[in-house]
Every structure is written in structure tokens, then in C-alpha cells.
Write a protein that binds this ligand. Structure first.
Ligand SMILES: Cc1cc2nc3c(=O)[nH]c(=O)nc-3n(C[C@H](O)[C@H](O)[C@H](O)COP(=O)(O)OP(=O)(O)OC[C@H]3O[C@@H](n4cnc5c(N)ncnc54)[C@H](O)[C@@H]3O)c2cc1C
Length: 283
């Protein structure tokens, strides 16, 4: 990912000073990854009231027997304008502190300083490059810390694009990979958070039921990691993620779950041949 990301920074001239990265380094992670503290006070998430079309869809869904998750309140944006409002809110209120706590988890803090833009990027109301440019502009105009701005741009220009490349380079069998031969069924509490007393799982699963969202560390370290250590079939946990999340798409879910979360691809996601193949296909 690192090689791929640096190529992107150079090619699109993002946070560059000639052919060198602004600040002299590609990565400021040493200033990030701060341990969570009880006294953290992130700005509240920005949500919307449903418009009449959204309300009509909510009513239609309520009439079906969906059987999982809270249908109301539904508070995601549904228009380009709302998606832009979320982006602008993130850049002004959350981006300044995004870096230090991007890997933190705190009970009761569901979104911390994360952007909540993945559904808008994946469905189309936001374009990746405009998101990157908005963050870069804030670095220059508001003199934000490079650790936060670079850390965020790395997520979109690095991780998101890399994952998309991985999906397109892999063959159809990628979805069936099972390196550890894990065969346990998915615990039933993934479909009903009230059925587990394990607090971190209970909290995160209840949040997903209410919002269809969990931030990256919750997905990786709690929801994915538990499935990995109890030997759940990678295909079973992937099917659950695909059903439960508001930003789910095959191209982004599969490498994240099968590769990053479950190591079911045996390390292909991070291997040297994969890096070479991706770099070649992009050039
Ligand atoms: C098991 C697992 C499943 C995941 N499933 C999905 C999914 O179905 N859809 C999805 O969009 N993301 C998925 N991700 C990646 C990441 O967790 C989400 O993109 C992120 O949590 C969305 O929240 P945010 O917009 O607040 O992100 P932020 O933390 O604010 O990050 C900004 C943006 O960076 C991008 N990004 C960051 N990390 C990744 C990544 N690993 N892969 C792709 N994009 C990334 C996303 O577009 C995200 O919106 C998954 C990660 C894991 C570990």
C-alpha cells in the first residue's frame, strides 16, 4: 500500500513540494495513534431528518419483514448537498483532530473524529478527488497539522484506492479463500446484540444495528478479530458485514474482510507480488 500511495501522491501532486513530500516525510503516524483518554470530547456527528422521499422508502421497508437492525431513526444524508455538508463539517470540525485518535476506541463514542463519508463516496454523491482536495486546501488555508491531513488523505488516496485495485486484480476465487480452513458458523449474536454479554461486542453490534456504521478500528479489532479468533468461516463473516453495513460493496468489503480482517487470503493483500502487480496494472 505504501508504494502505491506514494505513487498517487506524486502523480496527482497532493501534499508535494516538487518531488518531495511536504514536511519531508510520507508518514506522521508517530504523532498519531494516541491512546484514548476518558476526557476526549469529539464534535457530535452531523445527521439529517428524512425528507419525504426518504420517509416513503422507510415506510416501504417497515412494511417488509426485514428482521435485522433499526429502520428508524434513519439519519444519513441522501443528496449531493447533504453529502457536501458532511464533508465540509468534517473538514472544519473533525479533521484537525483526526490524526491523533484515528485508531482509538472509547465506550459510548461511536464516531470519534472519523469522517462518516464512506456511504457518500461509495454511492457517488462525493468523489474521492474532491475529498482529497478539500483536506489539502484545509491544510494550507487553516494551517492544520500535517499528521491529521496526511493521515486522512492516506485513507482515501491510499487505502481506498489500493483496496479497489486489489479487488480488480484478484480472480473470482478470492471470495472463497480460507487460509486457516475456519468453518465455525457466525455466532447468532452478530444478528442480535442483546444476546452477548461481551461488552465490546455488545456495544459495537448495537451501534451497527442502529446506524449501519462502525469505524475502522471497531470493524477490524472487534467485529473482525472476534470472528477470526473463534474460527468463523470467512465467507460467513463476510456475508454478515455485507448485509449489515450502510457502505457495503463487494469491491471494498471483500479485500477488507477476507484479506485485512480474516487473513483468509494468506497474506495476498499485503504481499510483494500483489504490490508489483498493482503498480504494473496502474502504470
Ligand atoms: C472488516 C472491514 C470491513 C470493511 N468494509 C468496508 C465497506 O464495506 N465499505 C467501505 O467503504 N469501507 C469498508 N471498510 C474500510 C473502513 O473501515 C471504512 O471505509 C471506514 O470505517 C468508513 O468510515 P469513515 O467514512 O468514517 O472513515 P474515515 O476513518 O473517516 O476514513 C476516510 C475514508 O477513507 C476510506 N478508507 C479508509 N480505510 C479504508 C479501507 N481499509 N478500505 C477502503 N476505504 C478505506 C473510506 O472511504 C473512508 O470513508 C472495512 C474495513 C474493515 C476492517
Amino acid at each position: 500500500m505504501e508504494d502505491f500511495y506514494r505513487e498517487g501522491r506524486k502523480r496527482f501532486k497532493v501534499l508535494m513540494d516538487g518531488d518531495k513530500p511536504i514536511g519531508g516525510k510520507w508518514n506522521f503516524d508517530k504523532q498519531n495513534r494516541k491512546p484514548p483518554q476518558d476526557a476526549l470530547d469529539p464534535p457530535p456527528a452531523l445527521w439529517f431528518e428524512p425528507d419525504p422521499i426518504t420517509q416513503a422508502v422507510i415506510d416501504q421497508v417497515k412494511a417488509q419483514d426485514v428482521g435485522y437492525g433499526a429502520i428508524e431513526p434513519f439519519r444519513w444524508g441522501v443528496t449531493r448537498q447533504q453529502a457536501l455538508t458532511v464533508l465540509n463539517y468534517f473538514v472544519s470540525q473533525r479533521l484537525p483532530t483526526f490524526g491523533p485518535y484515528q485508531d482509538a476506541m472509547i465506550t459510548g463514542e461511536e464516531t470519534l473524529w472519523h469522517s462518516l463519508i464512506s456511504p457518500y463516496l461509495n454511492l457517488g454523491p462525493l468523489q474521492p478527488m474532491e475529498v482529497i482536495e478539500a483536506a489539502q486546501k484545509a491544510y494550507f488555508d487553516q494551517e492544520l497539522g500535517l499528521n491529521s491531513v496526511e493521515g486522512f488523505i492516506r485513507q482515501v488516496m491510499g487505502w481506498r484506492e489500493y483496496i479497489r485495485g486489489v479487488y480488480h486484480v484478484m480472480d473470482d476465487e478470492y471470495a472463497q479463500k480460507n487460509w486457516f480452513n475456519h468453518t465455525e458458523p457466525l455466532p447468532s449474536f452478530y444478528w442480535d446484540s442483546s444476546k452477548t454479554d461481551l461488552n465490546c461486542l455488545h456495544q459495537t453490534l448495537a451501534q451497527v444495528e442502529r446506524t449501519g456504521y462502525a469505524h475502522h478500528i471497531q470493524r477490524l479489532m472487534i467485529l473482525g478479530n472476534f470472528a477470526l479468533i473463534v474460527g468463523v468461516s470467512p465467507q460467513a463473516i463476510d456475508a454478515w458485514f455485507q448485509a449489515a453495513f450502510v457502505d457495503a460493496y463487494d469491491w471494498v468489503m471483500l479485500p477488507n474482510v477476507i484479506g485485512m480482517g480474516q487473513f483468509a487470503d494468506g497474506g495476498i493483500l499485503a504481499s510483494k507480488p500483489m504490490r508489483l502487480q498493482l503498480t504494473m496494472s496502474i502504470k
